[in-house]
Design a protein around this ligand. Structure first.
Ligand code: PRX
Length: 648
């Protein structure tokens, strides 16, 4: 890092125009931004997706409800699998699957994928899964995960994938909210050489989700698990005699607006929201953005190193790439197992041309140093992508220099679970890049930055990011809660979608994302609500009160800080601290564990009794405290500050 003078580079405002050889052959070429948006999305709708019945109307917009590709019928699984085989591309690799144990790998062609999906779908059918049956999936990064999702899509059964790091409570909460009847899981998954007991956690979740009648279990590690008679079924047994020819299990005809999946995400209350994504607009949106942003060619070897349990994996490991017939890498493990060069070994071995990951991962590699990447030939890479949180210019430049060989464009893609698809991003053959900026909204995306009163702010000034027109993969609502949908996204500026991020636009019209402005934290690119963690803490019998906020962290972007008042005047101790962290892990998942817990006899409150989170954030960030005169007892802050300092 010492050979890059970041400050000089930033103050000189260095920019990176597209490399000429890239620009010459890019999927998005000159004139791309000049297209009429409706014409563009009509064309993409026709070209990127195969319809059983063509759509009649591009869009219907009754704010805040949008519909896309009305009248069209299709099947997402057909588009991602069958049609590629029918077109003679069955031999093309869909996934180079790389298991965590070294040497445990498998190439899956589109024809293989079709056979596996058909077998999986028929097995689900035997368990009574039909069009409309809600299915939960709780798995690691094994090939059966995308297979299970596609099998659901084939049958018209909406799925919800719950990230394997979530707790039993989180899993049962989601299954109950969606009304799931079937759960698909696996015995265990691998993580840094150790088994993670997914089925055991699923058992606890099932005990609290009486609506789930069947549990289909994929064998991965071969570890011991308990199976409940009449409820649990081994996939390898149930699928043994099931045919795998596509005619035996045809793709269900779905309306463009039929539910494809729910993805739960944290909002500003304790209850995660089930974000609704439907079939037609979502598929067109993710395949179009994938094609243009990652400049996908028939010989591209693409690797999105996210987990399928998050929206990034849904849109840019499963639905977008497969719809485009892309060859991808699917990796089960972590970047440092068995050593810190695992990723680079994978890139070199498969000749990966496009790599898409999160700033937190880039910063981790940065911390380890470039020598791990330098052990391998990374010259196949032609494009790098970033997602999940603002990327600091240092990380952007390191990524380009050490991973991209100082040649490759880096596309910083901004989007959300709710947007379904990337909305603000460079196009690698067109855009002059600026480290730290997601640059411009894609064609037809009308993004703006507003002040409190709803006026657009001048260039350079910060404000609230909004979207003023609908886009194809836009969420269609929050499952079962239209009021929350309207309140969360559409009430601050009626008729405009309120993103929840701060942003500014510079003189050139480039967007700079500034992070969340609500009670949502972003830890390693994962969204966690402060209230969710607070509820988990006060659920512990010893906790009287808790307040949670995020603080900056050099590696994870933000880290969670909790201020806790214990019952009966208890002072707190290292044992209690460890216990509370475990308690949060048990309630939500390890990803929500506070990095710091400050025990305090009181929390700062306004005279009306509201906890002053802003102050706690300032303490956490070690900032000056500003105006505390509305506090009921200003001394509380000093007390907390001294405890926080002592703890640090
Ligand atoms: O704050 C923004 C941040 O991540 C939030 C969305 O989180 P989630 O729904 O979990 O989806 C993450 C993957 C799409 C946004 O509100 N975010 C995402 N991408 C970026 C980003 N912030 C800055 N720059 C980005 N490229």
């Amino acid at each position: 890092m010492t050979d890059i003078n970041i400050d000089a580079l930033l103050s000189e405002g260095r920019t990176y125009p597209p490399p000429p050889e890239f620009a010459a052959g890019a999927n998005a070429g000159p004139g791309f931004y000049d297209r009429d948006p409706d014409e563009f999305w009509t064309e993409q709708g026709r070209e990127r997706v195969s319809w059983f019945t063509p759509f009649e109307t591009l869009r219907e917009w009754n704010p805040p409800y949008a519909k896309w590709y009305l009248g069209g019928t299709l099947n997402a699984c057909y588009n991602c699998v069958d049609r590629h085989v029918e077109a003679g591309n069955g031999d093309r690799i869909a996934f180079h699957w790389e298991g965590e144990p070294v040497g445990d790998r498998r190439d899956i062609s589109y024809a293989d994928l079709q056979r596996e999906v058909v077998r999986f779908a028929s097995t689900l059918k035997q368990l009574g899964v039909r069009k409309g049956t809600a299915v939960a999936i709780y798995m690691g990064m094994v090939p059966e995960l995308p297979v299970a999702m596609l099998a659901c899509a084939r049958l018209g059964a909406p799925h919800t994938v719950v990230f394997g790091g979530f707790s039993a409570d989180s899993l049962s909460g989601r299954m109950n909210d969606m009304g799931c009847e079937v759960l698909i899981t696996q015995d265990e998954s691998w993580r840094r050489g150790r088994p993670v007991p997914l089925k055991q956690t699923a058992d606890q979740a099932l005990a609290a989700a009486p609506g789930v009648r069947s549990c289909l279990v994929v064998r991965r590690t071969g570890g011991e698990v308990s199976m409940v008679d009449g409820r649990d079924v081994w996939y390898h047994e149930a699928s043994a005699d099931v045919p795998d020819d596509p005619a035996s299990c045809p793709c269900e005809v779905m309306d463009a607006e039929d539910l494809l999946f729910l993805m739960y995400t944290s909002g500003t209350t304790a209850r995660p929201k089930g974000i609704v994504h439907t079939t037609g607009g979502y598929l067109v949106g993710v395949s179009t953005t994938h094609h243009y942003i990652f400049d996908i060619k028939p010989d591209t070897v693409y690797w999105c190193a996210a987990d399928i349990g998050w929206i990034t994996g849904h849109s840019y490991i499963v639905y977008g790439p497969l719809c485009n017939g892309t060859t991808s890498v699917l990796y089960e493990g972590t970047p440092d197992f068995p050593d810190r060069d695992r990723w680079w070994d994978i890139v070199a071995r498969y000749g990966v041309t496009v790599l898409y990951t999160a700033p937190t991962a880039i910063r981790t590699h940065m911390k380890w140093g470039p020598e791990y990447a330098q052990r391998h030939d990374l010259s196949s890479l032609r494009l790098l992508g970033s997602v999940g949180e603002p990327i600091n210019p240092e990380a952007w430049i390191w990524y380009r220099k050490y991973i991209g060989g100082d040649r490759t464009p880096v596309v910083d893609t901004w989007w959300q679970t709710e947007t379904g698809m990337v909305l603000i991003s460079p196009l690698p053959g067109l855009t002059t890049l600026k480290p730290g900026s997601a640059t411009r909204p894609l064609p037809g995306i009308d993004a703006a930055v507003l002040d409190e009163r709803g006026n657009e702010v001048p260039p350079g000034a910060g404000g609230y990011l909004v979207l003023r027109t609908p886009w194809p993969a836009m969420l269609r609502g929050i499952f079962g809660d239209p009021e929350r949908y309207e309140q969360t996204y559409w009430s601050k500026y009626p008729g405009r979608y309120f993103v929840g991020d701060g942003a500014r636009v510079d003189e050139d019209g480039d967007f700079w994302l500034l992070g969340r402005i609500d009670d949502v934290m972003n830890v390693s690119g994962h969204r966690i609500s402060t209230i969710e963690v607070e509820s988990a803490l006060v659920d512990h019998p010893s906790v009287a009160e808790a307040a949670v906020c995020g603080r900056s962290d050099a590696q994870t972007g933000q880290a969670i800080v909790a201020y806790v008042t214990l019952k009966g005047g208890e002072e707190g101790s290292p044992t209690r601290l460890a216990e509370l962290r475990e308690h949060v892990a048990g309630k939500i998942g390890k990803l929500a564990m506070p990095a710091n817990i400050v025990f305090t006899p009181e929390l700062p409150k306004t005279r009306s009794g509201k906890i002053m989170r802003r102050l706690l954030r300032d303490v956490a960030e070690n900032r000056s405290l500003g105006d505390t005169t509305t506090l009921a007892d200003p001394a509380v802050v000093e007390e907390i500050r001294s405890r926080a300092t002592a703890e640090a």
